[in-house]
Design a protein around this ligand. Structure first.
Ligand code: ATP
Ligand code: MG
Length: 570
């Protein structure tokens, strides 16, 4: 590749709207451009790196015997309707009508379509199967963010396993777990595998692969002592036991003028510390109003509620709905004496006595509340957000919270898709049984951003060889000097012949410009060919990773460079 005829539009300044480092650098280094919110064009450099990441995932999928397919991104409503997801998924799904007035959608993922395709399987003897694709996905994300990290159109490697029984699924899941570990290793990413919520995907178990990063959006609770790791959407912790005094015989109402929040009541004369308060949240769960009780200092994890309550739609009630259901506004709510609404309480409130909560009358609270005695709790659930320092559920040592990017997510689905779609095979006894499925997602474009987050310095990107758009740049310092050009061209051609991904910087630019661009783009090796070095019979090899430089004799340069590159390829 000749730089003089390439489109590598590097910029001096960061894009104005970018916060994440990967977003800034991928734009500045000419890998991509934003077309509209959450939608990016991949330019030649970006496309090269994305293809390398895709190929690593392809290679590891092929190694576990997975077969590559390419299923459409345009899906009919009917298949998604049968599994319930046409209705269950909200505005995140892009949907529209075609010219025949039929409903169609753009695939956010492809469980339905792969399951539909598996409908052709007839016998258990054809199982197991693993199929995958590397295909564009569409999600109308509420908050597209951080460049390629959260986009509305992105590339995913998604695979699907089909087995006759749970043991088969366990095996396919383990194969993917190991393959994903290898993929991330080849990308140069350190990942933490964590227990996760399965969200709208359903199924029994899921594991996310997370990379620590400031720009991440997920919090993970980890235990350095026993290795416990879980997304806070799912994580639990141990709290120190509390020994409450019994308190009065019955709750006592007291005036709390001006108190609106938990913090207000902490400061209020005669109030209560946050961990002695009961916070009452009003939720709409499908068409019902439900009260959620949390300890005053604890936060609700909505995803935990979604995972444990069967419902298509769960949302906080609006002010008007709260007033209508409770007869009071958000600052004075409580569940004492409430018998017409479903009350769910967080496990951390079990057995608590002498607590303080709203009286369902603006400007009044109740103290001396004994949960078992005074509140008709219909369900106890774990809904609480874990905090750093709380006890690990495995070993009680303090938990740490780290900010991460989710780079892959694997699910045991079971029969959630095969059953409604009637995807069965005949088992050993000739009986039709639904196929047991797993699904496995790897965000190709998000991984490019994750590598950029993990590997950069103040000069620019620092790609590992495996995913660098070019492995080597040959910088020809004076393109008007015939000897220099000739030497550069010879090295360039020899590297190309040796199978190295090489670009020759043959632009008529100052050396400083060439070096800056190569550093910003993050090309792992730069060979500098200049008149001065050549006079001594040398070229210079600079390694982007650590900036180390060494002179190589022109005649042996190619050998050394090839060796260095091959050594780093994985
Ligand atoms: P998130 O919680 O970050 O929204 P998800 O749980 O919705 O992710 P999955 O449905 O499991 O993601 O998709 C599999 C993989 O696809 C993710 O691990 C991630 O790498 C990638 N991915 C998901 N959503 C996006 C997006 N909006 N933009 C880019 N990549 C994405
Ligand atoms: Mg998502």
């Amino acid at each position: 590749m000749r730089w003089s005829h390439s489109f590598h539009p590097t910029l001096r300044d960061d894009p104005a709207d970018a916060e994440a480092v990967s977003h800034k650098l991928l734009v500045r280094a000419g890998f991509m451009r934003q077309l509209m919110a959450g939608v990016y064009s991949l330019l030649p450099l970006g496309h090269r790196t994305v293809q390398k990441i895709a190929n690593i995932s392809r290679d590891e999928m092929n190694k576990i015997g997975a077969q590559e397919c390419l299923l459409p991104s345009l899906h009919p409503r009917e298949v998604w309707e049968k599994t319930g997801r046409w209705d269950a998924i909200g505005p995140e799904m892009f949907r529209f009508k075609d010219r025949r007035d039929s409903d169609v959608l753009l695939g956010m993922t492809a469980e339905e379509i792969f399951a539909h395709t598996a409908g052709e399987l007839r016998s258990y003897k054809q199982l197991p199967q693993i199929w995958y694709q590397i295909q564009t996905k569409f999600r109308d994300e509420a908050r597209p963010k951080s460049g390629l990290m959260r986009t509305r159109e992105f590339i995913m490697k998604d695979s699907y396993s089909f087995d006759i029984d749970e043991a088969g699924l366990d095996h396919a899941f383990q194969l993917h777990f190991d393959a994903y570990r290898r993929i991330f290793k080849r990308l140069g990413l350190d990942t933490i595998a964590v227990e996760a919520s399965s969200g709208s995907m359903g199924g029994s178990q899921s594991v996310e692969f997370m990379v620590r990063a400031e720009a991440g959006e997920d919090w993970v609770a980890t235990c350095g002592a026993c290795g416990y790791a879980a997304n806070t959407e799912k994580a639990t912790s141990m709290l120190p036991p509390v020994d409450d005094a019994p308190g009065p015989e019955a709750p006592e109402k007291f005036a709390t003028p001006g108190v609106r929040t938990i913090a207000d009541l902490v400061d209020f004369e005669g109030g209560a510390p946050a961990d002695r308060q009961i916070k009452t949240l009003v939720y709409r769960v499908d068409d019902k109003t439900v009260l959620i009780l949390m300890r005053g200092d604890h936060a609700l994890v909505e995803q935990k509620l979604v995972d444990q309550v069967e419902a298509a739609l769960i949302r906080p009630a609006g002010d008007g709905e709260i007033q209508a259901a409770m007869g009071a506004s958000a600052g004075s709510l409580g569940a004492v004496g409430v018998d017409d609404l479903f009350v769910i309480a967080d496990e951390a409130l079990r057995g608590r006595r002498d607590m303080t909560t709203g009286a369902n009358e603006d400007g009044f609270h109740l103290r001396g509340v004994d949960i078992d005695r005074d509140i008709d709790v219909k369900a106890w659930l774990d809904l609480r957000e874990v905090r750093a320092g709380e006890g690990c559920p495995g070993c009680e040592k303090p938990l740490e919270l780290v900010k991460t990017i989710e780079v892959g997510h694997i699910f045991k689905l079971g029969t959630k898709y095969s059953e409604p779609l009637g995807v069965t095979v005949l088992d050993e006894n000739g009986k039709a049984v639904p196929i047991i499925m797993g699904s496995y997602g790897f965000g190709v474009t998000r991984n490019m951003a994750a590598v950029a987050e993990a590997r950069h310095d103040d000069k620019g990107l620092k790609w590992p060889i495996n995913v660098a758009p070019f492995e080597v740049v040959v910088s020809v310092l004076n393109v008007k000097d015939v000897d220099t050009v000739e030497a550069g061209e010879r090295i360039y051609e020899a590297l190309q012949a040796a199978g190295i991904d090489v670009v020759i910087d043959d632009r008529d630019e100052r050396p400083g410009v060439k070096f800056k661009d190569a550093e910003l783009i993050g090309i792992p090796y730069r060979v500098t060919v200049g008149p001065r070095g050549l006079k001594e019979g040398n070229v210079e090899l600079v390694r982007r990773e650590d900036g180390s430089a060494r002179d190589l004799a022109v005649d042996h340069a190619v050998e050394t460079i090839v060796e260095a590159v091959l050594h780093e390829r994985r």
